[in-house]
Design a protein around this ligand. Structure first.
Ligand code: CU
Length: 169
């Protein structure tokens, strides 16, 4: 499983969940843990824009999935529906919040099952051409909206060890 070792290597070279370049930065990036039968999941994070120009996230990619799409949830006659969007606005100061029930990165056709504690390398491209890389830990997200167990995943090195033993098969 070369791909999984690639994910682990990326996790070692990047500060977990945190990345910055120029005025844009990423905080709290994480990927939703899903059952092994699931081939899609979502990534969430807070994007900050401390610069003097509004930016937009226009593309994403990851070695962990064939496709990474930008998605939003929209209210259609009282029913929340997920839609692909061309861009996620990242205004100066305000930034953008990617969270359950709103904007998110949809990871489609996962290359390997993601275990809690694994780290997924995400590459985000913005409308000015700059790309930010971030290592997003896989976490269990119990509910929609708030109440994410942010600290729990940090204390679970077992997940990473398990991932490595799989790569030895
Ligand atoms: Cu989606």
């Amino acid at each position: 499983m070369r791909l999984l070792s690639l994910l682990v290597a990326a996790g070692l070279t990047l500060t977990s969940g945190l990345a910055s370049a120029d005025s844009l930065s990423i905080e709290g990036a994480h990927v939703r843990a899903v059952p092994p039968v699931s081939t899609t999941t979502a990534a969430f994070m807070q994007l900050h824009n401390a610069g003097d120009a509004d930016r937009a996230l226009v593309a994403a990619s990851t070695p962990a999935a064939r496709v990474a799409e930008l998605h939003n949830h929209v209210d259609v006659d009282g029913v929340m529906q997920m839609r692909q969007v061309k861009a996620i606005p990242v205004p100066v100061g305000e930034g953008a919040r990617l969270a359950p029930g709103g904007y998110h990165l949809m990871l489609i056709d996962l290359a390997v099952p993601l275990h809690e504690g694994d780290e997924v390398a995400l590459s985000l491209t913005f409308d000015d051409g700059q790309t930010l890389e971030v290592a997003a830990p896989v976490r269990r997200i119990e509910t929609m909206g708030h109440g994410m167990p942010e600290e729990k995943a940090e204390e679970m090195p077992e997940g990473k060890a398990e991932g490595m033993s799989h790569s030895a098969h």
